[in-house]
Write a protein that binds this ligand. Structure first.
Ligand code: SAM
Length: 306
């Protein structure tokens, strides 16, 4: 049996198990919200050669399709880590000025080096700080605010609400708020099964600290219902939750301006646009992931408040 067939069968098996399982796995919060340990940062800094680049491609794809204000040119990336997704916002979606914020000094240093290595240090800047307090940034000043793989870092869903309230404060009225995060599986068996398929790449590439972080994040993730409950009641946006068909691996939550009645304004970009974001060995996994999302669901979880 080829490796591809084996992967397809394993995902199909997990998807069936997911359908048959009742939810009972309780959440185990992250041991450390802020990722400052140098081994953890060093492994995270090699993320672009792994399958973790796939959710970034998914996120770029979604923002491209949803954003109404495509003349907008400034973006803020919350919990930016080593800054690769932050850089992609400039490189792939043409945001001219992008700011990444993270509370980890080591992550911010890694991100600064990555911007320098990409020759984008003028356009993409990084700042050490907490996403719970964005008061140093001007109100209503960003066309896009992203929050990727950060929601599960926090102890309580109320913390995620606070971050989204901060995002509301700094995004322009016609701008977009975009959240991407893993989904907590229904059972430990499903979690370990998914970890075996999705996490083996990290071990193969010699990234044990990243593998451990990935495992912790799976147990700390929010269910789709929990994450949807983090939308601030006071939001002036319409919030849409996007989930894949089959095994829910990642979820997206998008706050679109109240004036935008359709979620998707344009078709997906040509696959060639994202070719260099997808590691060569992960093209098949990308096909599986992007197909699962193309066949998935998007539902409004909160309408805009007047
Ligand atoms: C799992 S990483 C995600 C990095 C990146 N966004 C990505 O998608 O790869 C989560 C990041 O959130 C940061 N973080 C945790 N609490 C934070 C806070 N209160 N303010 C800012 N960053 C925080 C951590 O230091 C870590 O770098």
């Amino acid at each position: 049996m080829s490796g591809k067939t084996a992967r397809l069968l394993r995902y199909s098996f997990l998807s069936t198990l997911h359908l048959l399982s009742m939810r009972r796995l309780s959440r185990t919060p992250e041991p450390n919200a802020v990722t400052d340990d140098i081994d953890d940062v060093n492994d995270y800094d090699r993320v672009m050669s792994t399958v973790m680049a796939l959710p970034y491609a998914l996120a770029l794809n979604c923002i491209w399709r949803v954003r109404g204000n495509d003349q907008g040119r400034s973006a803020l990336d919350l919990c930016c880590g080593p800054g690769f997704f932050t850089l992609l916002l400039e490189q792939k979606l043409a945001y001219r000025q992008v700011l990444g914020v993270d509370l980890s000094r080591n992550m911010i240093q890694a991100a600064g080096k990555n911007a320098l290595a990409a020759g984008r240090q003028e356009q993409v800047r990084f700042q050490e700080g907490s996403v719970f307090d964005l008061s140093s940034l001007p109100d209503q000043s960003f066309d896009l605010v992203t929050f990727c793989n950060g929601a599960h870092q926090f102890d309580a869903i109320g913390d995620v609400v606070r971050v989204l309230e901060q995002a509301e404060q700094v995004v322009k009225p016609d701008g977009l708020i975009f959240v991407l995060d893993p989904v907590r599986q229904k059972t430990a068996r499903l979690t370990e099964g998914y970890l075996r398929v999705a996490g083996e790449d990290y071990l193969r590439q010699g990234l044990p600290a990243f593998h451990r972080q990935f495992r912790e994040s799976l147990y700390a993730s929010w269910s789709p219902q929990e994450l949807a409950s983090a939308v601030p009641g006071s939001s002036r946006r319409r919030w849409v939750q996007i989930l894949p068909n089959g095994l829910p691996t990642f979820q997206m939550l998008v706050g679109v301006p109240s004036s935008q009645d359709r979620t998707y304004l344009r078709p997906a970009p040509a696959s060639t646009e994202l070719r260099d974001v997808i590691p060569r060995h992960a093209v098949f996994d990308w096909t599986l992931l992007s197909t699962a999302f193309a066949m998935g669901s998007s539902r409004t979880v909160q309408v805009a408040r007047d």
